[in-house]
Design a protein around this ligand. Structure first.
Ligand SMILES: NC(=O)c1ccc[n+]([C@@H]2O[C@H](COP(=O)([O-])OP(=O)(O)OC[C@H]3O[C@@H](n4cnc5c(N)ncnc54)[C@H](O)[C@@H]3O)[C@@H](O)[C@H]2O)c1
Length: 411
């Protein structure tokens, strides 16, 4: 039984916790929560799962608990420091962990991402990248069917599209580019870029058959700089989008050369400015004689509430739900649909087998490089050719602008 410790107990930790119920070879036994919040203990009680022990001190958790692996589920700006702490404990023999898995995006920029990867490798740890969308059951199934039937007979696919869109993040730190590193491009572009790579890549190749050669990025602030929304955001997150150009919309086109000499294209689109029933994930794949499409807001289940049902606002139908009346899509098991269950199963199993999972920190760093290229392209207004060695020192414009106005606009 792989003993897992969670570092962080916020929104995404709850998804993982629910999904671990379906991981028979692993158990979450401890949680580091700096605020000491007992949300996951409560959740364990509700789910009939053994209660994890909660620690407010990370070193103490690492020293006292006999953990095999850590799931790093804290905000982007704390990742590097957390990694330094845990690697220190491992190197001094005070922590026995052998593996670590990180939520997306790995960090705020390429330099931080590479530093994390170097530290983890140097400490001899197995590593995983928690990019759930490439474990989403319909994405895996669609990829399998199209490659097995369509691509095998008529040639590899040439265009993938992925989008993740919702009305904006739930915690203040996401909105502050100094803490998050950027806006929606960093936060959700990382998902869509990786999902597109997955769909375009030959089964078993793990993206080695795709060489990125050109990135075209476009970003804009469409909603949250408007007066009434900027005012709300200032109150919620202490940042003023009417003066800080943090993108709530992004589009990225990446050109890849394949190992068999073709040019294929990945198109991703992301928004914090989408007002619909809730989080919408869409994926498409085009090939010479085939096509697939996924839309998580078109599930099997729809419910309807008349105008006389005036219940409390909640997220019990879908993540980032925005309404409680009318015809509403509802997902029976979000952790499963979004890919958390297969992700945690596969990564925990790889760690239990002492292997590096297919989705690992090498991928996390590659995604970060593509994201930095997209930000740079959006800033310059022209495509960025890869490889581009200057990306290591590049910081997204919203982050740099945020630093400039830090004292004035952040709490
Ligand atoms: N895979 C997905 O679809 C998905 C969804 C949501 C979030 N995420 C990622 O997961 C990470 C966490 O996001 P979230 O939504 O859970 O955030 P959150 O704000 O809901 O929770 C953050 C957690 O980190 C802890 N924390 C905050 N500051 C800390 C610090 N300085 N040191 C240590 N711990 C600290 C908080 O106590 C809390 O437990 C982010 O990187 C985010 O991008 C991924």
């Amino acid at each position: 039984m792989l003993k897992v410790g969670f570092v962080g107990s916020g929104f995404v930790a709850k998804f993982h916790f629910k999904s671990f119920i379906s991981v028979p070879t692993a158990r979450v036994t401890a949680v580091y929560s700096p605020s000491g919040r007992k949300d996951l203990v409560k959740l364990a009680q509700e789910l009939g799962y053994p209660e994890p022990k909660v620690y407010t001190d990370l070193r103490k958790m690492l020293n006292k608990e006999d953990l095999d692996a850590l799931w790093i589920l804290v905000p982007n700006y704390v990742r590097l420091n957390i990694t330094k702490t845990l690697v220190e404990e491992v190197n001094q023999g005070k922590a026995k962990i052998k593996a670590v898995a990180y939520e997306k995006p790995l960090a705020r920029n390429l330099k931080e991402a590479r530093d994390i990867y170097k530290l983890v490798k140097k400490a001899g740890l197995l590593h995983g990248y928690l990019e759930n969308q490439v474990f989403a059951p319909s994405v895996i199934r669609g990829h399998d069917i199209l490659w097995r039937r369509g691509a095998a007979l008529t040639g590899r696919p040439y265009l993938s599209r992925a989008a993740e869109e919702h009305g904006g993040p739930h915690s203040p730190w996401f909105w502050n580019p100094i803490l998050s590193g950027g806006g929606v491009l960093l936060d959700m572009g990382c998902h869509s870029i990786e999902a597109c790579r997955f769909l375009l890549s030959k089964p078993g190749e793990n993206y080695r058959d795709l060489k990125p050669v050109k990135v075209l990025g476009f970003t804009a602030t469409l909603k949250w700089h408007r007066k009434e929304y900027a005012k709300w955001l200032m109150k919620f997150a202490g940042v003023d989008y009417s003066v800080l150009p943090v993108e709530d919309y992004a589009r990225v086109i990446i050109t890849y050369e394949t190992s068999d000499g073709y040019c294929v294209v990945a198109e991703s689109s992301n928004a914090w400015s989408f007002v619909g029933p809730g989080l919408r994930l869409t994926f498409e794949l085009f090939g010479p004689e085939y096509y697939m499409a996924i839309n998580t807001l078109q599930p099997e289940l729809f419910v309807f509430f008349s105008r006389n049902v005036k219940g409390k606002a909640g997220e019990d139908l879908v993540e980032k739900q925005m309404a409680e009346q009318g015809l509403m899509p509802a997902l029976p098991d979000e952790a499963f649909t979004y890919g958390y269950v297969y992700e945690d199963q596969e990564i925990a199993q790889a760690f239990a087998n002492n292997t590096i999972p297919r989705e690992n920190l090498e991928h996390a760093v590659e995604v970060m490089e593509l994201l930095m290229a997209a930000y740079k392209s959006a800033e310059l207004g022209k495509p960025v050719k890869l490889p581009d060695p200057s990306l290591i020192d590049y910081r997204p414009l919203p982050f740099r602008k945020g630093q400039e106005v830090l004292g004035q606009f952040t709490k």
